[in-house]
Design a protein around this ligand. Structure first.
Ligand SMILES: Cc1cc2nc3c(=O)[nH]c(=O)nc-3n(C[C@H](O)[C@H](O)[C@H](O)COP(=O)(O)OP(=O)(O)OC[C@H]3O[C@@H](n4cnc5c(N)ncnc54)[C@H](O)[C@@H]3O)c2cc1C
Length: 278
């Protein structure tokens, strides 16, 4: 996107990618369907979803927010479809459609794409890069954009090089913490429930008997713990809490019912399904 936009604005652009293809990570997003934006056009509300650090995104999203993302892809033939949780996916449910639009955008701007080309370092003067070093050549330019991704899923190419480079250029890097990931649990019994998925449940997060977070929606049990939308949404907070000590998850399977109503419901179900083995 950055390369395409720079070219659109008239720059002569070289995109350097160490993988053999472009968009390796993009292709696995949203389980191969790419949840490419969110159905939230109020920038303040959008940034709130990123927690306290969301404010950092405000100015970028004011220029290119959810509305602009949708328009960008729609004007290039890929419509968005809103799904549960206000997530927006390409209409045909295929991340390849999103990648194709971006590759075409690069072609329109005549971006020179170098694949299988790893940047191994750079030369700088007074904190400004003037040359990047590849295994067998160097590339000099007036401006560089570092788009090396984060640290998750390093198999896709994002091995965290950008963090080291930012430090070398004098920036302070706050150590990244995992976010939007499944959670490993210490209780062995959880694994016995692997494959069980739940809807309309509530999950509460506690540390030292103090409630830290609560989410309502879908989750599932896996062979190592728990996953699914509400777990993923909570995972960043869990990661931060685990630095201080163990954290506890409490699952409420019937959050809409109080104890009395739940008791009545169970009695009713026993009556209704008597003779059945539970
Ligand atoms: C399993 C999974 C599912 C996800 N699902 C979604 C989703 O549905 N919706 C969503 O919005 N986000 C999703 N994300 C997050 C999303 O993938 C990232 O936010 C996004 O890919 C970041 O884009 P990027 O261009 O900054 O970095 P990346 O997509 O990581 O691209 C960085 C590129 O830089 C290249 N590179 C790195 N170092 C070098 C180097 N030294 N030399 C040359 N090239 C280098 C890498 O090979 C890579 O191709 C998901 C992430 C994961 C792991």
């Amino acid at each position: 996107m950055a390369a395409g936009r720079a070219a659109e604005l008239g720059a002569k652009v070289v995109l350097i990618e160490k993988n053999e293809t472009l968009g390796k990570k993009l292709m696995i997003t949203g389980k191969g369907r790419c949840n490419f934006t969110h159905n939230e056009f109020d920038i303040r509300k959008f940034t709130e979803k990123f927690g306290r650090n969301g404010r950092f995104l405000y100015s970028a999203l004011s220029v290119f927010g959810a509305r602009e993302v949708i328009d960008f892809f729609e004007s290039r033939g890929v419509k968005g479809r809103v799904e549960q949780g206000d997530r927006i996916f390409p209409e045909k449910g295929n991340a390849q459609d999103i990648l194709n639009v971006l590759i075409k955008y690069l072609a329109e701007g005549k971006v020179n794409i170098l694949l299988n080309s790893e940047v191994t370092g750079f030369k700088q003067e007074k904190g400004k890069i003037f040359q990047v070093l590849l295994r067998d050549c160097q590339i000099s330019a007036g401006k560089f954009i570092i788009c090396t991704g984060g640290k998750s899923y390093p198999q896709t190419g994002s091995t965290g090089n950008g963090y080291q480079w930012a430090e070398q250029l004098g920036h302070t890097v706050i150590p990244p913490v995992p976010a939007l990931n499944p959670i490993k649990t210490s209780d062995g019994w959880v694994k016995e429930l692997q494959g069980l998925s739940l809807k309309n449940v509530s999950l509460q997060l506690f540390q030292n008997n103090k409630k830290q977070d609560e989410r309502f929606g879908e989750m599932l049990f896996t062979h190592f713990g728990v996953s699914g939308p509400i777990v993923m949404d909570m995972s960043k907070t869990i990661g931060e809490l685990l630095k201080n000590g163990p954290a506890k998850l409490i699952l409420n399977l019937k959050p809409a019912l109080d104890f009395k109503k739940l008791g009545q419901r169970i009695q009713r179900d026993f009556e209704k399904y008597k003779g059945r083995i539970f």
